[in-house]
Ligand binder design. Structure first.
Ligand SMILES: Nc1ncnc2c1ncn2[C@@H]1O[C@H](COP(=O)(O)OP(=O)(O)OP(=O)(O)O)[C@@H](O)[C@H]1O
Length: 339
């Protein structure tokens, strides 16, 4: 049986004109996503983690169909997104919804909360009466922890966390099969981040909803994901069960990401003392390093890392790592980032 979503050898490029170039100069190709592949099963949450600029949002945009793939395939329930009939395309637009980073910016300030949440129903469920729509909006508001009698209020009357709940209600009103959350809590106060993450986790469990949960912070991703995929400069570095990624990371990039998260407990801090945190800047995707793209910042880099792309090795059924010099199994340490 086919997965809900399968991404196969996906490449997404953007033409970029060099600064000061003549108008007739050929643009350079920026590779935002390279040779990406993974599957998402119904009801499953895949966390996607990586630094800013690693291609996470571009990947999300390719999956919802707002940026084209340069090559490769995105299969939705086994069907290639690029080949969908207009009817299947409409169904895909209903079935895949997004929650954005900046909740207030994502909501139209001139519309009431009720209108904002109902808007997808107006577009996709024309058969629905306005009374049914209102009832559905009230139900969604309750589901995300908002009082349904606030339908006539405007977004600016709500806090950041409440605005994100409105965004989530709007994304869920069409009962999608996949919710793509692109940094859904990074613009929120730390005090409300956990509440929103827990809400998303509960919703995914109760509604059998699959999620792609994108974040730069591994300690957020690990709470919500079943599996985690670590991206660097558009490429997959490691993919494994979420607990394995934080407890036994094998790729030097994943290890460095974990070592970069502050740990309040001195004993755990000491246990990971051998692991170097990330240093330096992400190279430009216009000029990625040859061979392994992480090698210029990698503490384990060897001369041959510059020669060719490292093959993706399957360590066990669920654990993939794109580094031939990954840490041996015995090197598991108490590296789990702070709660
Ligand atoms: N429309 C575009 N035109 C040109 N380059 C783009 C475009 N969109 C994204 N990029 C580039 O693609 C690369 C990946 O960007 P992307 O936003 O996908 O990364 P990200 O991991 O989501 O980072 P962030 O968390 O900062 O959004 C970056 O170098 C970015 O500048």
């Amino acid at each position: 049986m086919s997965s809900l979503l399968s991404v196969r050898d996906l490449n997404v490029t953007f033409p970029v004109m060099p600064r000061g170039a003549w108008p007739w100069t050929r643009p350079r190709m920026l590779r935002a996503v390279s040779d990406m592949g993974f599957d998402v099963e119904p009801g499953e949450t895949l966390g996607i983690v990586g630094e800013s600029g690693s291609g996470k949002s571009t990947l999300a945009r390719a999956i919802i169909g707002t940026v084209p793939a340069a090559s490769g395939q995105i299969l939705w329930q086994g069907q290639d997104l690029a080949q969908l009939s207009p009817r299947a395309r409409r169904a895909h637009r209903r079935d895949v919804q997004m929650v954005f980073q900046d909740p207030l910016a994502a909501l139209d300030p001139r519309m009431t909360v009720g209108q904002i949440i109902a808007e997808p129903l107006v577009t996709h469920r024309r058969d629905m009466s306005s009374a049914d729509r209102r009832a559905k909006v009230g139900e969604m508001m309750e589901r995300v922890g908002l009082l349904p009698n606030l339908q006539n209020r405007y977004p600016h009357e709500f806090s950041g966390g409440q605005c994100q709940r409105i965004g989530i209600a709007r994304a869920l009103v069409l009962e999608p099969k996949l919710l793509i959350c692109d940094e859904p809590v990074s613009a929120l106060d730390v005090s409300v981040q956990a509440q929103v993450v827990n809400l998303l986790k509960e919703l995914s469990r109760d509604l059998g909803l699959a999620m792609l949960f994108i974040a730069h912070d591994l300690s957020v991703v690990k709470h919500v994901s079943d599996r985690t995929l670590v991206m660097y400069l558009g490429r997959k570095m490691e993919e494994a069960e979420a607990r394995t990624i934080v407890r036994a990371p094998r790729h030097p990039y994943t290890q460095a990401l974990i070592a970069s998260v502050p740990v309040p407990d001195p004993a755990r801090e000491a246990a990971r003392a051998g692991r170097a945190p990330l240093s330096g800047e992400l190279p430009s995707p216009l000029d990625p390093p040859s061979g392994c793209v992480f090698r210029t910042r990698c503490p384990k880099a060897r001369p041959d890392c510059a020669e060719g792309l490292p093959p993706v090795e399957r360590l066990d059924q669920d654990h993939l790592v794109a580094c031939p010099y990954h840490a041996p199994m015995g090197a598991e340490a108490a590296t789990e980032p702070a709660e």
